[in-house]
Design a binder for this molecule. Structure first.
Ligand code: NAD
Length: 289
């Protein structure tokens, strides 16, 4: 396929590299990044014109909306705008509607799996959009990822992503505060892991991404809490979840508590640039207060 890839940062560059490796023709555009080995266009519109699929991997909904306005005008009829960024549900739905109004197809397909997943082609995609658009993009999902779930119409990919990450943020905090309580009660961390990871308190946060160094499978805790999945990105996703909860009138008290705690950690403590599991040393350093 002829593919345009707009937004070649930490995630976009390795995703585009995997498409090239699989034999697709990729033309890139980024306002700053210039990855090696990729044909670059002078503008987003120039990259998008003539492409069968235009992939965007951008920081937020405002940037996505402005890039979408530019590329939709340049894309050929029937081409697909595949947005893999994590953005608010309303922006995703508005961009999809704008694409449809311009005679294009659209899919929102945010990812989980981080930079490692993008590099290794093992991302999970959560896709929202028509079956027709999904079917066109499926071979690309298969190259860039190991799993894709079609979650329904436009915006549902973003909805799935923020619901998943709201659970993740809450369970990570719960896992970290429980480890800290266990420490203070004199319970060995290995024993704590052995019990919880095989009991009803188990979760992905405990079992696959244990926040205690030296315990469980290798995780960012074993690398001085270098991300991994940065606390800043968790704060972004929890903030998007709260915006969505507000617009859908959903009561999400633990999601809001997790957002407030990551906000404090990132913006008023030392959480910026650290992995989101660094909540454990944060709790360890504090008293009940
Ligand atoms: P990044 O900041 O590394 O990359 C974003 C890129 O977009 C940058 O290279 C930037 O120059 C470019 N850009 C900004 N405005 C542009 C414009 N108008 N036109 C063209 N390019 C523009 O971010 P990232 O880590 O690659 O994340 C991208 C998206 O993926 C975000 O929505 C993020 O939430 C999501 N995501 C990231 C991770 C992760 O672990 N990094 C995991 C899952 C999802």
């Amino acid at each position: 396929m002829n593919i345009a890839f707009i937004g070649l940062g930490n995630m976009g560059a390795p995703m585009a590299a995997n498409l090239i490796k699989a034999g697709h023709a990729v033309t890139g555009f980024d306002t700053h990044a210039k990855p090696d080995g990729m044909t670059m266009a002078d503008s987003a519109a120039a990259a998008a014109s003539g492409a069968d699929v235009v992939i965007t991997m951008l920081p937020n909904g405002a940037i996505l909306s402005s890039v979408a306005a530019e590329i939709h005008a340049a894309m050929k009829p029937g081409a697909v705008h595949l947005d893999c960024s994590t953005v608010d549900v309303d922006s995703a739905r508005n961009v999809a509607q704008a694409a449809e109004d311009a005679g294009l197809l659209a899919i929102d397909a945010p990812v989980s799996g981080g930079i490692g997943g993008a590099t290794n082609g093992t991302l999970t995609f959560m896709a929202g959009g028509s079956q027709e658009a999904f079917d066109i993009c499926k071979p690309l999902f298969d190259i860039m990822g190991q799993k894709v779930v079609h979650c329904g119409p436009a915006g549902n990919g973003q909805a799935a992503k923020i619901c998943n990450n709201m659970i993740l943020g809450v369970t990570m905090i719960a896992t970290c505060e429980a480890f800290n309580l266990a420490d203070r009660l004199g319970l060995d961390r290995q024993a704590m892991f052995d019990v919880v990871s095989t009991s009803s308190g188990s979760s992905w946060s405990m079992n696959a991404y244990c926040p205690a160094p030296g315990i469980g499978p290798t995780s960012p805790a074993d690398n001085d809490y270098k991300p991994g999945f940065a606390a800043d990105l968790m704060l972004k996703d929890l903030t998007l979840a709260q915006a969505a909860a507000k617009s859908a009138d959903a009561d999400t008290p633990l999601g809001e508590a997790a957002r407030a705690l990551y906000d404090q950690f990132v913006n008023r403590e030392d959480g910026a640039g650290r992995d989101f599991s660094a909540m454990l040393p944060r709790f360890s350093a504090r008293k009940r207060g």
